[in-house]
Design a protein around this ligand. Structure first.
Ligand code: SF4
Ligand code: SF4
Length: 65
């Protein structure tokens, strides 16, 4: 399954909850120079949507390609 994860950097507060909840976090998530999280490699994502559900700012959108 191919997915695209879009993080709205204007909304992201860098809390890391997306990372904490993701079972594959070290393979998928990274932090940019401004402390904002982004999905670096989504091929390991199994579309569980836990990250989007946990984000307190509703900053994560997951699109199935
Ligand atoms: S949908 Fe699930 S596997 Fe994919 S990045 Fe979010 S928490 Fe991780
Ligand atoms: S859970 Fe949401 S606000 Fe927190 S770091 Fe992840 S994308 Fe940013």
């Amino acid at each position: 399954m191919a997915v695209k994860i879009i993080v709205d950097k204007d909304k992201c507060i860098g809390c890391g909850k997306c990372y904490d909840v993701c079972a594959k976090a070290p393979l998928i998530w990274k932090v940019d120079e401004n402390g904002k999280y982004y999905a670096y490699d989504t091929k390991y994502c199994h579309n569980c949507k836990l990250c989007a559900g946990r984000c307190p700012k509703d900053a994560i959108k997951i699109i199935v390609l």
